[in-house]
Design a protein around this ligand. Structure first.
Ligand code: F6P
Length: 502
C-alpha cells in the first residue's frame, strides 16, 4: 500500500538533489479580506485536494495565480508565502495577472474554450484570437516564474491541467535539463472534437514538450495519441503510448487520481466533524424519520445539477412516501462567473430549486436546501456522514473526487453512492449505483433504490469501494506517475519495504 512516507522515500531516493516545482493556475490557499481581516481559505478544486497532500509530503515550491484580494498582503517581495498557514510545509509562489489577462486566459481560452471542448458537454466553445494570444502570454509568464524558481538547480517541474498547455515546450526550449511532466485533470476528447480548435497544432506542440503527460484514463491517452497522429507531424506509438516529435519523445500514460484516504478518514472521525454534524442537524431541522441526500459541486454545467434536481422532482412525484421525509442538500460553490454559460446555469438552478420547493414544500419541510457558498472540508465531511445517499451526476467528468471523498468519510460502512457512468471514478467504483445522468427517470429510480437498499447490501458495497479507494490513494497516483517518469517500474513490494523502513 502506498503511503505518504513511501512517496517521500521514493522522492528522496530517486530525485535526490532535485528541486520539486508544481505549477497550476489555481492556488492551494487563497487569502481574502473579510471586512478588514484577512482570512485564508482552500478553494473547491479536486486538483488542489489531490496535490496539496503531495506537496505537504515532499516539500518544494508551488507556482500559481494569486487570485485572492488579500494575496498580495501576505507574500514577501518575491511573491512567496509558506503554506499551509497553520503548519507551513512548502512554499507557494504567487504570480499576478491583470484583469485583462485573467479575462482572456482563464475565462476566455481555458474555461470558455478548452473546458467545453474537452468535456463534450453540448456547450459551445468560444474561439477568440485575442484569448489565445493572452493564453500564450500568461503561459510565458508562468514559464518565466518557474525558470526563476528553478535557477541552475536540477529541477523536476510538475504542471497541472489545461491552463498551462504551452508551458512545457517553453520550459524545455529554455532549459533542456529540466524534467517536465504534466497531468491533464480533465478528459481528452476524440480527435473529431479537437479538429475545431483553431490553434490545435500549437497546443499539441506545447504539450509534447513534456517528458511525461498523464491523463486519468486509458481512453483519454488513446484519444490524445490519435489527436496527435491526425494533426501534426509526429511518430506515434498506439500500443506503447508514446509520441515523438522532432526527436523528443513524450510518454503518455493513465493515472487515475485520488485522495489521501487515511488522512481524510482520520479527520472525518474527529471531534470537529462530530460538532459540525450537530450544527447541520439543527440547521436542517433533521428529525429521526428524515432521509438526507446530498450533492456537492462547483456550479458547473458539466456536473449535471439540473438533471439531478429534476430527478428529485420525479422521485417526489412517483413516490409520495418521500414527501415530507426526503431532504436534499445541494452544496453549490459559485464558479467561473466571468463565463456567460456559468451565469446562465446559476440562474437556472435558482429557478429550478424555487420551483421544486414551491411544488412540494410545506410550512415545515423544504425538499431542496441549496447552499450556495463554499463549505469547509469539515462541514462537507459532516454532511457525508449524515447522508443516506450522495448523488454525483456529472455529464462528463475526468475523475470526480467528491465520490471518493464520500466513500472515505464513511467508516461506518453505510450510505449509498449514486454515480454517473460518465465520470472517471465510475471505472473504479463499480459498487456505486451507476446511472446515466441525462436520464431523469433512472436517476429517480436510483435514489429510490438507495433509500430502500437493505443495510447489509449498503455495507457490502461501501466496504468494497472503501477498500478500492484506500488502495488507490493519491500517494499511489503520485508514486506511479514518478515511477513512469523515471522509467522504473517499482514493484509494490519495494515500496512497502521502503515504507516500513521509514
Ligand atoms: O480539475 C479541473 C479544474 O479545472 C482544476 O484545474 C481547478 O482547480 C478545478 O477544476 C476548479 O476550477 P477553478 O480552478 O477554475 O475554480
Amino acid at each position: 500500500m502506498w503511503t505518504r512516507e513511501a512517496l517521500h522515500e521514493l522522492i528522496q531516493q530517486r530525485l535526490q538533489g532535485y528541486q520539486f516545482i508544481v505549477a497550476s493556475n489555481r492556488e492551494p490557499y487563497i487569502h481574502r479580506f473579510v471586512g478588514s481581516r484577512i482570512e485564508c481559505m482552500e478553494p473547491a478544486s479536486g486538483m488542489v485536494a489531490a496535490l496539496d497532500p503531495i506537496m505537504r509530503a515532499c516539500g518544494g515550491v508551488w507556482v500559481a495565480h494569486g487570485s485572492g484580494d488579500g494575496d498580495r498582503e501576505t507574500v514577501d517581495q518575491y511573491g512567496h508565502v509558506r503554506v499551509p498557514p497553520c503548519n507551513p510545509q512548502y512554499m507557494l509562489r504567487r504570480l499576478w495577472l491583470s484583469k485583462e489577462e485573467e479575462q482572456g486566459y482563464y475565462y476566455g481560452l481555458s474555461n470558455g474554450c478548452l473546458w467545453p471542448l474537452c468535456h463534450v458537454s453540448f456547450t459551445r466553445p468560444v474561439f477568440e484570437e485575442q484569448h489565445w494570444e493572452t493564453y500564450r502570454q500568461v503561459n510565458k509568464k508562468f514559464a518565466a516564474a518557474i525558470l526563476e524558481e528553478a535557477g541552475d538547480n536540477p529541477t523536476f517541474v510538475f504542471l497541472q491541467d489545461y491552463h498551462l498547455a504551452l508551458v512545457p515546450r517553453m520550459l524545455k526550449d529554455s532549459n533542456a535539463n529540466l524534467i517536465v511532466a504534466q497531468f491533464w485533470h480533465i478528459p481528452w476528447p476524440n480527435p473529431e472534437i479537437f479538429r475545431a480548435f483553431p490553434w490545435l497544432k500549437e497546443l499539441l506542440e506545447g504539450l509534447l514538450g513534456n517528458d511525461l503527460l498523464g491523463f486519468h484514463l486509458r481512453h483519454d491517452c488513446q484519444n490524445f495519441i490519435e489527436t496527435v497522429d491526425r494533426s501534426i507531424e509526429a511518430r506515434t506509438d498506439h500500443v506503447g503510448f508514446e509520441a515523438t516529435r522532432r526527436g523528443k519523445t513524450t510518454l503518455v500514460r493513465p493515472f487515475p487520481i485520488s485522495i489521501d484516504f487515511n488522512q481524510h478518514g482520520a479527520t472525518a472521525q474527529g471531534e470537529g466533524v462530530e460538532r459540525e454534524t450537530r450544527v447541520w442537524r439543527r440547521r436542517l431541522d433533521l428529525k429521526d424519520d428524515h432521509l438526507l441526500g446530498i450533492g456537492i459541486d462547483r456550479i458547473d454545467y458539466t456536473k449535471g445539477i439540473p438533471e439531478r434536481l429534476r430527478a428529485i422532482d420525479r422521485l417526489l412525484e412517483q413516490y409520495p412516501e418521500y414527501r415530507q421525509r426526503l431532504i436534499f442538500v445541494q452544496i453549490g460553490v459559485p464558479s467561473r462567473l466571468g463565463v456567460a454559460a456559468y451565469r446562465g446555469l446559476d440562474q437556472e438552478l435558482d429557478a429550478l430549486v424555487a420551483h421544486i420547493n414551491r411544488k412540494w414544500g410545506t410550512r415545515a419541510w423544504r425538499p431542496v436546501v441549496f447552499v450556495k457558498h463554499h463549505c469547509s472540508e469539515i462541514q462537507m465531511m459532516a454532511l457525508h456522514r449524515l447522508a443516506r445517499f450522495c448523488f454525483v451526476s456529472s455529464l462528463h467528468d475526468g475523475m470526480n473526487l467528491v465520490a471518493k471523498e464520500f466513500v472515505a468519510s464513511r467508516d461506518d460502512e453505510d450510505g449509498v453512492l449514486i454515480l454517473s457512468q460518465f465520470t472517471g471514478a465510475a471505472q473504479e467504483l463499480g459498487d456505486a449505483l451507476l446511472v446515466n445522468p441525462f436520464a431523469i427517470g433512472p436517476g429517480a429510480h436510483a435514489m429510490r433504490q438507495a433509500l430502500t437498499m437493505p443495510r447489509e447490501e449498503r455495507r457490502r458495497r461501501m466496504q468494497k469501494m472503501r477498500s478500492t479507494v484506500a488502495g488507490s490513494n493519491v500517494y499511489r497516483w503520485a508514486g506511479k506517475f514518478l515511477s513512469a517518469l523515471l522509467k522504473f517500474d517499482f514493484a509494490e513490494s519495494v515500496v512497502s519495504a521502503a515504507a516500513s523502513a521509514w
